[in-house]
Design a protein around this ligand. Structure first.
Ligand SMILES: C[S@@+](CC[C@H](N)C(=O)[O-])C[C@H]1O[C@@H](n2cnc3c(N)ncnc32)[C@H](O)[C@@H]1O
Length: 231
């Protein structure tokens, strides 16, 4: 799907919610973001002192990412083309909202086999992906938004099959995504700085409470899975 005016989206509530999602991803020091899109996670990680780089197969996304974040290393490449010239180089590989594409449109087992090689022996892979719960399905149907889906179970299966050990998972995101509209949906709140900050704080607090109450699988819009190369 062609996204209109990603700059404006990132300067509204969605930008704050996107940063909350980025902050959920706890990686190592040398990080590869696979399917980095507009590069917000690569940029976030580099501003936090990590050495992050990103790849994406979509030329339009990479062009926007390079324009937004000219100092961050973001290149046009598919996950399939990542060669083991950098074998063992990365401490962490992150996939933010990209796993469902790899599972539905590509050979996920082949890709994760290659990602395994790129990680150092204690390396970690982090998947953050849309949780295909009831509300997401209903709203996608109403909005006629078609996208691939990947359940946490499918993610864990791909990880286990390619040699990773799943170390943990949690759920996040209760209302920020729906109210901000993300990159493609309707923004439901006016773009006022104080309001964006309040909604983002509410989202963070509610996400924590809902996850603590065990309601993440049914109410949260995102899941995160951490898996290590070592057992
Ligand atoms: C939903 S977007 C998420 C982008 C970004 N990670 C974010 O969170 O904003 C999924 C991205 O994965 C990329 N992608 C899908 N399959 C890929 C592949 N095999 N190799 C590299 N990138 C891929 C797409 O081009 C797209 O930019």
């Amino acid at each position: 799907m062609k996204i209109k005016q990603p700059e404006q989206r990132l300067q509204s509530l969605w930008g704050q919610i996107d940063r909350q999602h980025n902050a959920q991803i706890a990686p190592g020091s040398r990080i590869l973001d696979v399917g980095c899109g507009y590069g917000s996670l690569v940029h976030y990680l580099n501003t936090q002192g990590y050495q992050a780089q990103g790849v994406d197969l979509d030329p339009d996304s990479v062009e926007v990412a390079q324009r937004f974040f000219p100092d961050d290393p973001i290149t046009l490449a598919s996950a399939e083309s990542l060669l083991p010239t950098q074998a063992g180089y990365f401490d962490a590989i992150v996939l933010k909202d990209a796993f469902h594409h790899l599972l539905g449109e590509h050979d996920a087992l082949q890709i994760f086999g290659a990602l395994y090689q790129l990680l150092q022996p204690q390396g970690r892979v982090v998947i953050l992906d849309p949780n295909p719960m009831w509300l997401l399905k209903i709203l996608r149907r109403i909005a006629r938004h078609q996208d691939e889906e990947a359940t946490p179970g499918q993610a864990q299966e791909v990880l286990a099959t390619t040699g990773f050990t799943v170390k943990g998972y949690h759920y996040y995101e209760v209302c920020g995504l729906a109210l901000s509209g993300g990159y493609v949906g309707l923004r439901l709140v006016p773009n006022w700085g104080w309001l964006n900050g309040s909604v983002a704080s509410l989202n963070h607090g509610l996400s924590w409470m809902v996850a603590r109450a065990g309601l993440g699988p049914t109410l949260c819009w995102r899941y995160l899975i951490y898996a290590d190369k070592s057992s």
